[in-house]
Ligand binder design. Structure first.
Ligand code: GLV
Ligand code: MN
Ligand code: MN
Length: 394
């Protein structure tokens, strides 16, 4: 048996609370080793693809496989379930099927995608984006973490060859269908009174970096009228984000970095990151436009300048309706629900039939330590995943 308890001590973050597990860092590498051992113990053959994604094959690898899995990295100070629940449930689903004497009649794999949250290098779903060509390898390799370590350096340190990174037609061809089980990241299933559901869609979403430049100076010696303080413009961007996100759109500034970042120093620059999401491309773009315009006006008023850079983007995902309905049917008609959270399944959905199963989260909280799923609901998730995989692999 494998459970989240096996990895409860890996990457716990005493400062932030919850877990900090980031792509190719020491903690994520430890989790990848743990996954490799768990898969190997089950007789699965583990291989790492050119982009750092791990594949555990039950039987010989081949095209058109039934694939399930998720990711092991987290946001900074994230919950225990986002990602690892899908990986653990996939391994447990293999156990359930094995115990029934089931042998897959087509290729079957459990996958762990690399750097799904973008918590280290800024771009979410890096492993699946690279695999599908949604990000250029050169652009990905030069992304860097807060210590200046590039993706290329981190991958090389993890034993991967950065020269091989990029679109992987072989790996993509091998995915016949992908099913990702995930903790729900809202209260939809709580309200519906269901332990398990299927995903219908994902909001369009992206990340934009706002770099505001002003003049560094002394906090005591500089008169208020003489300041060109980028923090003032940054603060107005934060408020503009709240104001622009109407009609179901979401806009968040969750990271703001002043340079140099001293209590008695007017910063010379501030970088902040906007996460914006809405029902479709046009609405998402309109939110970002409105916030960018507010940023330009605020910067000009403060004698600062601002640049806005799109760091990643994904349009609305509508999951394959026939697959979704057939999986819901296999599960006795479980509800379908949309999500505002991004997933590797969303990246793959543009290339292969893809579906997601959600497991009820009683707190409705995610990307925070309070994220939760009850053991009975996790067990129901495993049973549901096994049933769905059995059907797909037939
Ligand atoms: C990932 O979980 C995201 O939605 O950003
Ligand atoms: Mn997440
Ligand atoms: Mn996730």
């Amino acid at each position: 048996m494998t459970s989240l308890a096996d990895i409860a001590g890996v990457g716990a973050d005493p400062r932030r609370g919850g877990y900090s597990r980031h792509g190719f860092d020491r903690v994520e590498l430890e989790l990848r080793t743990w996954f490799t051992e768990e898969a190997t113990r089950r007789g699965l053959d583990v291989e790492c693809d050119r982009n750092g994604n791990l594949w555990a094959w039950w039987g010989p690898p081949g095209d058109g496989a039934v694939v399930t899995g998720s990711h092991l990295d987290s946001v900074p100070g994230g919950g225990a379930f986002d990602g690892p629940l899908g990986v653990v449930s996939a391994l447990e689903a293999v156990d359930v099927l094995r115990a029934k004497g089931f042998v897959p009649s087509k290729p079957f794999a459990v996958v762990v995608f690399a750097e799904e949250e973008g918590g280290r290098f800024g771009v979410a779903c890096l492993g699946s984006r690279l695999l599908t060509g949604a990000i250029a390898p050169e652009a990905a390799l030069r992304l860097s973490d807060s210590d200046g370590v590039t993706v290329a350096e981190a991958m090389a340190a993890a034993g991967l060859d950065p020269a091989l990174v990029g679109p992987d037609a072989v790996a993509l061809r091998r995915i016949g269908v992908f099913v990702e089980l995930h903790v729900e990241q809202g209260r939809g299933l709580v309200d519906l009174g269901a332990a398990v559901g299927v995903a219908s869609s994902i909001l369009a979403h992206g990340r934009w970096r706002f770099s505001v430049r002003g003049e560094g100076n002394h906090a005591g010696a500089t008169l208020m009228v003489d300041r060109r303080d980028p923090m003032i413009a940054a603060a107005r961007v934060v408020l503009a984000a709240r104001q622009a996100a109407t009609s179901g759109a979401r806009a968040t500034v969750g990271k703001l970095v002043p340079n140099p970042g001293g209590t008695n120093v007017i910063p010379s620059s501030v970088d902040l990151w906007l996460d914006a999401r809405a029902e479709d491309d046009a609405r998402t773009r309109a939110v970002v436009e409105e916030i960018s315009a507010a940023a330009s006006a605020a910067a000009a008023e403060e004698g600062c300048s601002v640049t806005v850079t799109e760091e990643s983007y994904g349009d609305t995902v509508v999951f394959d309706a026939a697959l979704r309905d057939s999986l819901s049917g296999v599960l006795g008609g479980v509800p379908a629900l949309p999500t505002g959270a991004g997933h590797d399944a969303g990246i793959l959905a543009g290339h292969v039939p893809t579906a997601m199963l959600f497991v009820r989260n009683p707190t409705g909280v995610s990307h925070a330590p309070q994220e939760h799923a009850e053991p009975d609901d996790c067990a129901a998730g495993v049973v549901a995943l096994a049933a769905v995989l059995e059907e797909l692999v037939r």
